[in-house]
Design a protein around this ligand. Structure first.
Ligand code: HEC
Length: 236
């Protein structure tokens, strides 16, 4: 977003501070029947070429912020850099073509390569919040106190299972919401942060408290979260 704002500001400033003032001066010179200074035209052309190369990257940023694929990775800075180059290459192709020159077909090679690279970068660092390896899961499970485990599983089966199972019984619900299901204890552990946020830190779940989750039960989820945290800290 910051890169988009910066590029957009540059584009507006080019028009507002260089192109329009230059044009006004040229018009004034023409009205006064003087020969207009060509400098203004040259500068305006240069700035509008800059803007021309920036358009596609800016459009990408406007739309891309709706798609985590583009930015929800620690390589987002690299992805945007590649896309800026790709955008400029596409513009270059059309600029040459529209100027009546031979279309620079060669740009297709870097465009395809750089686009592929950004897809790979987006994929290698997909966020996988809360998903533990099987080894870590069984470690957490074995360290976890049994009574708390039973309590939390019991509450979950009463208060969450109409929706958060692979085949929800909630009318009209075909799949568990957001793919979050709680069949076994390890499913809870895999979502321990999400559960904490939804149930203990806020009252977002159950929606509208439709299954009447009590305050004490929310506290049980808070305890569950802190216990998982504690085990993780001890073992690291
Ligand atoms: C009436 C159905 C229903 C019940 C009951 C319910 N949930 Fe949900 N849950 C949903 C829906 C719908 C969403 C998806 C919300 C969204 O898309 O933002 C969701 C999302 C979630 C998420 C993922 C949130 C995210 O943004 O990643 C968690 C975690 C969660 N619920 C935990 C629970 C827990 C724990 C309970 C029981 C205490 C519970 N839910 C009870 C319907 C339900």
């Amino acid at each position: 977003m910051q890169i988009g704002v910066t590029l957009g500001t540059i584009m507006v400033a080019n028009v507002l501070m260089i192109i329009i003032p230059g044009q006004k001066k040229v018009v004034a010179q023409l009205i006064a029947k003087e020969t207009p200074n060509p400098d203004f035209g040259i500068k305006a052309k240069q700035r509008s070429l800059h803007n021309n190369y920036l358009t596609l990257p800016v459009i990408f940023i406007m739309i891309g912020n709706h798609y985590p694929t583009a930015y929800a990775t620690s390589f987002s800075w690299l992805i945007i850099s590649l896309i800026i180059i790709v955008g400029a290459l596409i513009r270059h192709f059309f600029n040459e073509r529209h100027a009546g020159k031979k279309s620079p077909i060669w740009v297709i090679v870097p465009i395809v390569l750089l686009t592929l690279m950004s897809f790979v970068l987006s994929e290698v660092d997909t966020p996988k919040e809360d998903t533990f390896s099987p080894k870590k899961l069984s470690l957490i499970e074995s360290e976890f106190p049994n009574d708390l485990k039973e309590t939390v599983m019991e509450i979950t089966s009463y208060k969450c299972s109409t929706c958060h199972v692979k085949n929800p019984s909630w009318e009209g619900m075909l799949k568990p919401p957001k793919g979050v299901y709680f069949h076994e204890f390890k499913d809870l552990v895999n979502n321990y942060r999400g559960i904490y946020k939804q149930v203990a830190a806020s009252h977002a779940m159950p929606p509208g408290n439709i299954t009447f989750l009590e305050e004490e039960e929310r506290l049980v989820y808070a305890k569950f979260y802190h216990k998982v945290q504690e085990i993780l800290e001890e073992k690291n």
